[in-house]
Design a protein around this ligand. Structure first.
Ligand SMILES: [Mn+2]
Length: 246
């Protein structure tokens, strides 16, 4: 008897944004993202931003699910803005690759797990808007990230999950503690998306698409095991279950 075929999860790799040109021409994936998929029983493969249209289409036909990962801000063009002073370290190549992946996942009803920046990309791909800079746009905003010199990378905060939502069902609770390391957030949800989690300051922490097999955008980082009180692995397990046709 042969083992069941593992679902193939396409993780969109990102351009290296640090250093000289020869270093910038490399594409990266993060150990924690890959590890979370492996632990949940999936086979992660990297999709690279230099694919042409035909390669994207073929890659999409083969993978069983798509994962968009964390990173720097989206650029103004990707968000439909002329410019914005508070955008941090955007990369047009990455925006284009992530948006292509999100749009194809939506169009093909492919299971999609979008983390942090990925959730923002998902929202923009569906026609939604973003809070470009939380501290200046959200009155009374909680702290959603730490800056260098403040110790641990992550700020932790409580998140309230919407009753009846996919994320509440996965977590088995309407209140969780999550890590937080983001500068932007979803503002107006895109077509078909619903808000399924917020922090006490009203910042949107999760979006999902109830009409899709599995489409979840999380503002926090479930792939990082920085909050021992909250087991995030069920998120990946449910994603893999959807990707394997369950
Ligand atoms: Mn947050």
């Amino acid at each position: 008897m042969t083992a069941a075929r593992k679902p193939l999860i396409g993780i969109v790799a990102h351009p290296n944004q640090e250093g000289p040109e020869e270093v910038n021409s490399r594409y990266l994936g993060r150990k924690d993202d890959v590890g979370a998929i492996l632990r949940a029983g999936g086979l992660p493969v990297m999709l690279v931003p230099v694919y042409d249209e035909e390669s994207w289409a073929e890659a999409f036909a083969r993978v069983d699910g798509i994962m968009l990962t964390g990173g720097w801000d989206m650029g103004p063009e990707a968000m439909g803005l002329v410019s914005h002073l508070k955008i941090e370290n955007p990369n047009a190549l990455r925006d284009q690759a992530d948006l292509t992946a999100a749009r194809m996942a939506l169009a093909l009803n492919k299971p999609l797990l979008a983390i942090c920046r990925g959730a923002q990309v998902l929202n923009v791909a569906a026609g939604g808007t973003l809070v470009v800079d939380i501290p200046s746009e959200v009155p009374g905003a909680l702290k959603h990230r730490r800056v260098p010199g403040e110790g641990d990378v992550f700020q932790n905060h409580a998140v309230t999950l919407a009753e009846g939502s996919l994320i509440a069902d996965i977590m088995g609770s309407l209140e969780i503690l999550s890590n937080s390391f983001h500068h932007q957030a979803v503002k107006e949800p895109g077509l078909g998306l619903r808000v399924s989690a917020r922090t006490a300051d009203g910042v949107i922490e999760a979006i999902e698409h109830p009409q899709m097999r599995f489409c979840l955008g999380l503002q926090w980082h479930p792939e990082e095991h920085s909050v021992p009180q909250t087991n995030m692995q069920p998120i990946f397990e449910r994603f893999l279950q959807a990707a394997s046709g369950g």
